[in-house]
Design a protein around this ligand. Structure first.
Ligand code: SIN
Ligand code: FE2
Length: 217
C-alpha cells in the first residue's frame, strides 16, 4: 500500500513535454502551489471580477476574463489593447500575487528563459462549452519574454499551432497544475482552447482557470 499524502500529486504525471523548439508543458509544475495560486485568483477577482468581454467584431467571448499586474488585456468595440485601469472598476488592475510571480519566474527559468519578470497577467475562466479560437499573443511590447500559462481545474485540449493561422495545430491535453511556456522562436505561435467538456474537478468543480503571465509594457 502506498501512502496518499497528496492526492493531486499522486494522479498527476510529472516531467515535461516539448511541443516546439522553445515550448514546453511542465507537467504538475504548479501543483505544490495550487492553494496559494487559487487564493491569489480570489484576491484578484474580489477587486476585478471576471467578465465576458466583447471583441471588436461584436462577438461576446465565451471565456470570462480579468487581469492583474501593471497592465491588463482588454477587448471592446475599439479593439484589443493593454490598459493600466480596469474599465469595469475604474481602478488600476489588482497587483500580481507574489505566488504568480515566483511560479512564472521559475517555470521560465526551467526551460531556458532566465530573469522573467512579468508585468501583466490575463486570468481566464472556462466553463463547459467555453472555447478560445486560435490567436497570437501579440499586443505585448516585448516578444523577447516568453508566455507562461498556468492551468487549474478541469482539463482542456490546448491547441498549439504554427506561425501561420492555417498551420495544423497540435492538440495538447492540459491538466490541473500543468504549466506551458512558449518563447523565443515560438513566441508568436497561434494557440487556442477546444470547446470545454464537462469533467468536474474535485477542487474547482465545472471550471477551468488559466492564467498567462506576460511582459506587456
Ligand atoms: C490564452 O491564450 O490566453 C489562454 C490559453 C489557455 O487557456 O490555455
Ligand atoms: Fe493567448
Amino acid at each position: 500500500m502506498t501512502l496518499n499524502l497528496f492526492d493531486d500529486e499522486d494522479t498527476a504525471q510529472h516531467g515535461r513535454d516539448q511541443i516546439g523548439p522553445q515550448s514546453y508543458v511542465l507537467r504538475g509544475f504548479a501543483l505544490a502551489h495550487a492553494d496559494a495560486l487559487l487564493q491569489g485568483v480570489d484576491t484578484v477577482t474580489a477587486q476585478s471580477p471576471f467578465r465576458h468581454m466583447r471583441t471588436p467584431g461584436g462577438y461576446t467571448m465565451s471565456v470570462a476574463l480579468t487581469n492583474c499586474g501593471e497592465w491588463g488585456w482588454t477587448t471592446d468595440a475599439h479593439g484589443y489593447r493593454y490598459t493600466r485601469i480596469d474599465p469595469l472598476s475604474g481602478q488600476p488592475w489588482p497587483a500580481l500575487p507574489a505566488a504568480f510571480l515566483h511560479l512564472a519566474h521559475d517555470a521560465a527559468l526551467e526551460v531556458g528563459f532566465p530573469g522573467f519578470t512579468p508585468d501583466a497577467c490575463l486570468v481566464n475562466r472556462y466553463e463547459p462549452g467555453s472555447r478560445l479560437s486560435l490567436h497570437q499573443d501579440k499586443n505585448e511590447r516585448d516578444f523577447d519574454a516568453p508566455i507562461v500559462s498556468v492551468s487549474l481545474g478541469m482539463p482542456a485540449l490546448f491547441l498549439f499551432g504554427g506561425n501561420d493561422r492555417a498551420d495544423k495545430a497540435a492538440r495538447v491535453p492540459l491538466f490541473h497544475g500543468d504549466v506551458v511556456v512558449w518563447g523565443g522562436v515560438d513566441r508568436l505561435r497561434y494557440h487556442g482552447v477546444m470547446p470545454m467538456k464537462e469533467a468536474p474537478h474535485p477542487r474547482l468543480g465545472s471550471r477551468r482557470i488559466n492564467f498567462t503571465l506576460r511582459k506587456a509594457g
